[in-house]
Design a protein. Sequence first.
Length: 305
Amino acid sequence: MTTTVARPGPGPRTLAWQRRRRSAARFWRQYRTHRAGVAGLAALVLFALIALTAPLTVGSDVARVTDAPGNPLEAPSGQFPLGTDRFGRNLLGLVIWGARVSLLVGLLAAVLSVAIGAVVGIVAGHFRGAWSTVLMRITDWFLVMPTLVLAIALATVMSRSLGTVILAIGVTTWPTTARLVRAQTLAVESRPYIERARALGGGHWHVMTRHVLPNVMPLVLAQTTLMVSSSILAEATLAFLGLGDPSVVSWGGLLQDAREAGAVSAGDWWYLVPPGIAIALVALAFTLCGRAVESVLNPRLGVAR
């Protein structure tokens, strides 16, 4: 009599990876149905490739003031498609190189902002009583205060660097995320399986990290994509006001240079339009992606496709 030995099934880790792959495939199928989101994603991929390949296409010496290839404020021509700045540098190369700084600052500032907001929201939603009251009053104070004024104050008292700009944007734009995450945390913790987890001995850390955090992550992801565009605009505003790092090239810094050179009154449109259009396009692309991600993760929002 022949006996058959049952083969062991896949382990928990394999099953978890299979579920993640199926979830990612399902997300991409739904995301592709949003034409605006796909267009925004394509634009972001293009900008990312331009930023990553900038050292190869324009070179790191494009920002050097000495040995500039052209004359100051030359109009667009075959040699300089976007003209030159007040130092005679190629504006096309500066716009391409500035994409690296603007995108980096926007991404890091958005991640910092959403991380602070997520932690505050989860803690305020999980711990009731005095903890929640104190955290929400602090959040309300940041909400009523003008974000730009707070960011300018921080950037003024600290050293002028990219780290200062990222910190100034991140610590002043988190309250909206905190409010959203707290509301989602309260909804999650009202479900029966949270009570079962507590009855089985699950502590605060276990409930927040194993049950609440996975359920609020879709909201956090959507909020991150939406915050990047706001962070890029905030970085451009701070740089335009002269509070950015003067040693690096960014789109906001180019606008500030154009203002100092009197490009507005002189009619040197090529000095102002390219970085302004780049800021607007990247902000629009991130917003389109964020709305599409938000619609896929929460279909009840009813975002138009």
